[in-house]
Design a protein around this ligand. Sequence first.
Ligand SMILES: [Ca+2]
Length: 239
Amino acid sequence: MLLLQAVLLLLVLPSPGEVTTTEETLPKEGCAGWMAGIPGHPGHNGTPGRDGRDGTPGEKGEKGDPGLVGPKGDAGETGVPGVEGPRGFPGIPGRKGEPGESSYVYRSAFSVGLETRVTVPNVPIRFTKIFYNQQNHYDGSTGKFHCNIPGLYYFSYHITVYLKDVKVSLYKKDKAVLFTYDQYQDKNLDQASGSVLLYLEKGDQVWLQVYGDGDHNGLYADNVNDSTFTGFLLYHDTN
Ligand SMILES: [Ca+2]
């Protein structure tokens, strides 16, 4: 390297034999008389640079307006029954109902009396004076009451006694179940009576009859003295 520099230096330095004349013909300020050149045209625009980095997130905006109401949702499941409420006040009594059919079906009553003296013993006494026999359950031709409605019946009789003693029995199904005896006192009118409750089946028959021999048949009736026989259903059998 040092060798190369030394060679170059020898080439630059003037050799001793040459005459240097350039320094006398050229002024020392040889560039002072040069004129400046015209400025060149502006260069072309460069290619766009690369995109910059993302900016920092902005501040949170204000809350927006409420949205539109959405469609109605499906029905929910049935809830648990609530606790029973307190008892309410009594309501207003309703109107009276129409009479039921049974009010007629379960009617049975009769009330009858003697029209003449009884002279025939050992047969049912025929009461032919009809006070009431709407249902015709009492048969005036036989003197017997026919049970059409099973149930409890009330029977009673009030007998005027004249001229002879009276001994009568109330019969049910050919059996005497109630007895009444009155001894006649001369020149007086007596009364004999009896009453009873009897349970009757449908088809049972009830009647009054002179009991014993025919001498105790002093049953009497005229325009001002009655002898009566009455019966009615107290209440029907609900079975
Ligand atoms: Ca008497």
